[in-house]
Ligand binder design. Structure first.
Ligand SMILES: [Mg+2]
Length: 252
């Protein structure tokens, strides 16, 4: 047994089965104390909504929080990592992104708490999404804006800088921590976790309750960035699926 980098999404991945979560917490806490394992939460939630979840559920305090779909990295305290923000600010023009989206009536802005310096977020229903997403993409491109659209769980649309997503943030951390892909595991259930499976050299765990958008993508792209089949699709849901995957890969 030795140190590893444990990265997990929160909603419907880490959180969703309280009994399995308690068991996983205990194992991870022991592993962190014994081997210095690093626990990272990577979520679409903003800092206020992350804090709310922390008061509702019995969660370990992570070493690092990757919030707002990867656009903010927090270690200790409540100031986002400045080096990461610096990287994201490259060619990002938030005001012009907002102005461009104003022409699309189907985009319903999310709460103010979910809007962030490097993230513009909407709710978008799946039926209009089919035509709105390509039109929006084209409109943003026409404005010369280099951005990424992340559509998740058939409702959440995040527009973020081209260099930002959960996967890119984890790559940044992997480099900084000096932890290799064979000692990294990423866990997720939905579309905004896709970049972690796509971009990060790591073992991947897709929990049993994953959204079809992620399962379909995995079936079409079963290999990691090195061309290796390093993903495990668990039978169990949420934390139970993570436990299953960690045992499958021999991390615990
Ligand atoms: Mg999720």
């Amino acid at each position: 047994m030795s140190q590893f980098l444990f990265v997990t999404d929160l909603d419907n991945t880490l959180v969703g089965d309280d009994r399995a979560l308690a068991e996983l917490n205990q194992l991870l806490q022991q592993h962190r104390e014994a081997h210095g394992t690093v626990i990272v939460y990577a979520t679409g939630r903003s800092l206020p909504l992350f804090r709310m979840l922390q008061t509702e559920r019995d969660m370990l305090e992570p070493n690092i929080r990757v919030l707002s779909v990867g656009t903010e990295i927090y270690r200790q305290g409540d100031s986002p990592d400045a080096a990461w923000a610096d990287l994201l600010s490259h060619r990002w023009d938030r005001d012009r992104v907002v102005a461009t989206t104003a022409h699309f009536a189907d985009l319903v802005p999310q709460d103010a708490s979910e809007q962030a310096p490097f993230k513009v977020s909407f709710h978008l229903k799946p039926e209009p999404a089919a035509y709105v997403l390509p039109e929006l993409k084209a409109a943003l491109k026409e404005q010369g804006l280099e951005v990424q659209l992340i559509y998740s769980s058939n409702i959440d649309l995040d527009i973020v800088p081209v260099r930002s997503n959960k996967g890119a943030a984890i790559n940044f951390l992997q480099k900084e921590l000096g932890i290799t892909g064979d000692r990294t595991v990423v866990c997720g259930d939905s579309g905004n976790d896709l970049s972690m499976f796509q971009l990060v050299k790591a073992k991947g765990i897709i929990v049993g309750n994953a959204q079809l958008e992620l399962i379909d993508w995995h079936q079409a792209n079963p290999h990691d960035p090195d061309g290796l089949p390093t993903r495990y699709v668990a039978r169990s849901h949420c934390a139970g699926g993570i436990l299953e995957g960690l045992r499958h890969f021999g991390f615990i």
